[in-house]
Design a binder for this molecule. Structure first.
Ligand SMILES: Cc1ncc(COP(=O)(O)O)c(C=O)c1O
Length: 528
């Protein structure tokens, strides 16, 4: 601490009246060498926020149909470097309020990113978020409240319970006995749920390891199209990547329940202890929803934990119209839903539900007595009280965690849940219409009936040999993402590369789908 700083704080001691101690006098902090404080000031907020509000307003009003602009990374890095304050030794701190540079940085961010608000954007499972939720995200960023512990984030812990009750009601779960925690992403939620499954079904494995407690080789059964965060888990938790049982899919790329039952039985007969089935509700590649009811039946009969990765389509639970597509999810032991996908709030916010709330604590079964001096005692306390029952710390992998649930709760509080449900219904209907339209075109082939709002297809110009179809889709994808007005993704399925449209933007209509088709045909003509 510099002498000047000490001078600003002195004199200290008791007040002349002998009451509370004198507080430091900050009035001299404007002095030279103290300007770093400007960066933290309310004035700084006012000035930068005003620029951001203007820029965001412009972005939201933008009507252009535009794809992504991919820049040369080296050139972009040079541009980003040129915007940086150098802080060379001996140089004065540049903590003045450079709103002009701030504006250039915001422009650079917008210019180089995916254009989720464009009607040309059909590439990924990201949507423009509900602006009120984004504004509130700024509120929670400015006034951070780590949401894992009740004393630090009271409202977030209460909101977890409210959102849990709302979902529970829609699937007839008992809200007193089920539980929900929020995690930073479905990847972490899938990992957490599978760890809970292992600890529950292979009892004692938290302490002794799964290998010594299983009745065979510990094994996880997943569909062929499971998200990569699921198929990574056995490697992460020491079960081993070789101990994944891949369940075959049917023609709609859903797990085939009949074959799954046979595969699990055969695996058990060969000495495998299948302790968890992971189903998908909205697979990443085609949005397929597995037959949850049938899989629940199989799991229950065999004493296996059923986890549903409903990161994408779990949001359907909020719509009376599309909820029936998730029939059977209420029988799962756990499922997760990405609120930053189809609930249209800022990332990351994932809801991880447990039918039996007591199992939520089982994921991380740490005991205070695990260590002589309890290193977790700065946040965990052994005494149960009204507050500790609300907090998620013991059930979460994360320690510091943003109160992201509040963005969802705020949307629910301000608008009601129908704004989300109606957008979902629009997107699902649009995808079905696009499916019907593409199916009738002689030079397009749709590869599945859509269960959600993802549609995969190929462009097959007349006379194109089968052996060249995948190469053409790859070339089309490259072309579209470098110079197209439309931006779709590609996915490799059973050795074929196909184009993938994810309808996340409710401003898209069939006119845009037809324009995409025209752009693809034109690009194919140019590729030759
Ligand atoms: C089905 C599915 N599961 C899990 C994930 C991973 O989710 P997150 O990015 O929130 O970790 C995704 C992401 O696209 C997904 O589609």
């Amino acid at each position: 601490v510099s002498d000047k700083r000490l001078a600003a704080v002195a004199p200290s001691g008791m007040s002349p009246s002998g009451g509370a101690p004198n507080l430091p006098d900050h009035s001299q902090r404007e002095s030279a060498g103290e300007d770093w404080r400007n960066a933290f000031s309310a004035t700084s907020f006012d000035q930068f926020a005003a620029v951001a509000v203007d820029k965001i307003g412009e972005l939201l009003r933008r009507q252009a149909v535009e794809g992504v602009t991919l820049e040369d990374p080296a050139a972009l890095m040079a541009e980003a470097r040129a915007l940086m304050t150098t802080n060379e030794p001996g140089a004065s701190l540049e903590s003045g309020l450079d709103t002009e540079r701030f504006a250039r940085i915001v422009d650079l961010y917008f210019r180089t990113g995916i254009k989720v608000g464009s009607t040309g954007y059909m590439a990924r499972q990201f949507s423009r978020v509900i602006p009120a939720a984004a504004v509130f995200d700024m509120v929670t960023a400015i006034a951070p409240q780590p949401a894992t512990f009740y004393e630090a984030g009271q409202l977030a812990n209460v909101a977890d319970k409210i959102i849990c009750q709302e979902f529970a009601r829609r699937i007839s779960w008992n809200h007193e006995t089920c539980d929900m925690i929020t995690t930073s992403g479905a990847s972490l939620a899938n990992l957490t749920a599978i760890v809970a499954a292992r600890n529950d079904r292979l009892s004692g494995s938290w302490a002794a390891g799964a290998a010594s407690t299983a009745r065979g080789i510990p094994t996880i059964a997943v569909g062929e199209d499971a998200h990569y965060s699921v198929s990574r888990v056995p490697g992460i938790i020491g079960i081993g990547q070789d101990n994944i049982l891949k369940l075959p899919l049917n023609g709609r790329r859903q797990i085939c329940a009949l074959s799954a039952a046979a595969a699990i039985e055969a695996a058990r007969a060969k000495g495998r202890d299948v302790f968890c089935i992971v189903a998908s509700a909205g697979s990443t590649s085609v949005g397929a929803i597995d037959p949850l009811e049938e899989l629940a039946e199989i799991a229950q009969a065999a004493g296996i934990w059923l986890h549903v990765d409903a990161a994408h389509s779990g949001a359907f639970l909020l719509s009376d119209k599309v909820r029936p597509r998730l029939r059977g999810i209420e029988r799962a032991d756990s499922f997760c839903v990405d609120a930053h996908k189809m609930l249209f709030v800022p990332s990351l916010c994932t809801l991880l539900f447990y039918r039996d709330g007591a199992k939520a604590r089982g994921a991380f079964s740490q005991q205070a007595s695990d260590f002589a001096s309890n290193p977790a005692s700065y946040v965990f306390d052994d005494r149960e009280d009204a507050m500790s029952r609300f907090e998620s710390g013991g059930k979460n992998f994360e320690c510091t965690k943003r109160p992201a649930i509040l963005n969802l709760w705020l949307v629910w509080a301000l608008f009601g849940v129908d704004v989300i449900a109606q957008k979902i219904e629009y997107l699902v209907d649009l995808t079905w219409e696009a499916y019907r339209y593409l199916s009738l075109l002689p030079d397009f082939a749709v590869i599945h009936e859509p269960d959600s709002n993802i549609l995969c297809f190929e462009h097959r110009p007349h006379g194109l040999p089968d052996g060249r179809v995948s190469a053409l889709q790859r070339a089309l994808w490259d072309r579209l993402r470098t110079e197209g007005k439309f931006f779709v993704s590609k996915v490799d399925i059973d050795g074929r590369t196909v184009l993938r449209a994810v309808f996340m933007n409710h401003e898209i209509d069939m006119g845009h789908v037809k324009a995409l088709v025209a752009e693809i045909r034109h690009a194919a003509g140019e590729i030759g």
